[in-house]
Design a protein around this ligand. Structure first.
Ligand SMILES: [Zn+2]
Length: 146
């Protein structure tokens, strides 16, 4: 019997934590370029759903996801944009003392990808689907700082 993830609400069918699944996914992506081509989305979605980003970085990643998924920006341009983004002078990660974010009933989590993927093609398709869901549902996490 697995417990739901306190951050994203996922329940892994294999009793793994989201973090364990995430590390398995990253290992796949680093060793096989067929998996690695969705790396940006994997990291973004995981961080978005686990209070991973600073407020500034939530603003940045929302626009980056929109550019990548909806406007067709190539990943090289997203990386250049990231180099100029909030990660440039401050960390992208959420500080430990930052306020908690609202809980969102995500329609898709990393556990859904893990349960349904069976090869590189299905993996990339599911990660893209996860990216679209995260972009659509992340609104309450994006605080527009002055
Ligand atoms: Zn989780």
């Amino acid at each position: 019997m697995s417990e739901a993830c306190p951050l994203c609400g996922a329940v892994s069918t294999e009793g793994k934590t989201c973090e364990e699944i995430y590390h398995e996914f990253l290992a796949l992506e680093f060793t096989d370029p067929d998996y690695g081509r969705v790396h940006f989305l994997t990291v973004a979605c995981y961080m978005i759903q686990h209070e991973g980003y600073s407020d500034e970085s939530y603003v940045w990643v929302e626009s980056a996801l929109r550019k990548y998924l909806q406007e067709g920006w190539p990943i090289s341009m997203i990386r250049e944009d990231a180099a100029r983004g909030p990660g440039r002078d401050k960390g992208v990660r959420r500080p430990a003392d930052a306020p908690h974010l609202p809980k969102i009933a995500w329609s898709m989590t990393i556990a859904d990808v893990a349960a349904q993927m069976h090869d590189a093609e299905s993996y990339c398709r599911l990660i893209e689907q996860w990216g679209h869901a995260a972009l659509k549902e992340m609104g309450p996490l994006v605080v527009n700082n002055p």
